[in-house]
Design a protein around this ligand. Structure first.
Ligand SMILES: NC(=O)c1ccc[n+]([C@@H]2O[C@H](COP(=O)([O-])OP(=O)(O)OC[C@H]3O[C@@H](n4cnc5c(N)ncnc54)[C@H](O)[C@@H]3O)[C@@H](O)[C@H]2O)c1
Ligand SMILES: Nc1nc(=O)c(N)c(NC[C@H](O)[C@H](O)[C@H](O)COP(=O)(O)O)[nH]1
Length: 253
């Protein structure tokens, strides 16, 4: 697959085509028993080579990739589109971490690679941007910025979370027109449970799910236990078989 999958081109951004508001895609890979990771959050490779490559194409189609700080801590991901041919010179997506208390480990791979591969800056990677609460102590902000990341301070909600409804305006203020939210479970849950943006429009434009034909058993669910009520209705826009996996693109009703 040396070219962007046509079904993504045809179906991903159609759900926001008539608006200039930032496009929000929620995406994850799950087992048949609706798990996204193993016991204790252990990473499980669910996607086969074809759907993993598709995920990297999807990363390159968005201005930014967003994850929660637990996923950063547990998976230590790279958040790049490194499976795509470098000869395409595609602009790398902007990594965003939702991290209310600024727990961001300065030893993380995304920051280490940013610091140790200056020749790749802007080519395959961008500086990690960490979105945290405006009440985080200044010394801690200085420490993380001194280590090389950018810290963006925002107002938290009454649960001390970054309010999902305010993400679009945060994106706009950062010059980002689209985001692919990759998880984990808590982040997926709060975005699925929040129907509207601060301006009253629909929050999530597309949901893209890779379903792998396997069972995990004990593990981390798509949403945390007890949060599987009040989830929105989805409408299937497209289903594609990719290797052993099925990929569904849905719109939130
Ligand atoms: N299979 C997949 O596609 C996939 C993708 C990503 C992560 N994962 C798995 O998910 C697990 C981590 O999930 P998790 O739920 O523990 O953590 P998470 O990655 O969802 O991060 C949760 C943290 O994000 C912060 N946060 C900021 N704003 C928030 C908001 N509005 N709502 C909720 N939290 C907010 C809080 O500090 C919270 O503790 C890991 O095991 C990882 O392997 C799987
Ligand atoms: N599409 C997908 N299939 C999987 O089987 C799986 N486990 C994840 N999990 C997403 C999670 O965010 C991981 O942390 C990144 O997939 C790490 O990959 P990178 O180093 O960023 O390329 N995502």
């Amino acid at each position: 697959m040396s070219q962007i999958p046509q079904f993504l081109v045809d179906n991903l951004f159609t759900t926001s085509a008539t608006t200039s508001r930032p496009h929000i895609t929620l995406t994850w890979a799950q087992s048949l028993d609706s798990k996204i990771a193993g016991p204790g959050g252990q990473r499980v490779i669910l996607s086969g080579p074809e759907s993993m490559l598709m995920t990297h194409w999807m990363r390159s189609m968005h201005d930014a990739i967003l994850i929660g700080v637990n996923t950063l801590i547990l998976d230590n991901p790279r958040l790049q589109a490194n499976l795509l041919p470098p000869s395409l010179n595609l602009p790398p997506p902007q990594p965003l971490i939702l991290d209310p208390k600024l727990r961001f480990p300065i030893t993380s791979r995304i920051l280490n690679e940013w610091n140790t591969k200056p020749d790749q800056r802007g080519k395959t990677m961008r500086q990690p941007w960490i979105i945290c609460g405006e009440n985080v102590p200044t010394e801690r902000v200085r420490e993380v910025e001194g280590a090389g990341a950018r810290v963006v301070l925002v107002k938290l909600d009454d649960r001390a979370h970054i309010p999902p409804s305010s993400l679009p305006s945060i994106l706009t203020s950062l010059g980002l027109r689209s985001v692919m939210i990759e998880g984990g479970s808590r982040i997926l849950s709060t975005f699925l449970h929040c129907p509207k943006r601060d301006d009253g429009s629909k929050l999530v434009n597309s949901v893209v799910v890779t379903v792998a034909p396997m069972f995990i058993g004990e593990g981390i669910g798509v949403v945390p236990e007890g949060e599987d009520v009040g989830l929105p209705a989805l409408k299937t826009v497209h289903t594609e078989k990719m290797g052993k996996d099925a990929v569904m693109i849905c719109a939130v009703e």
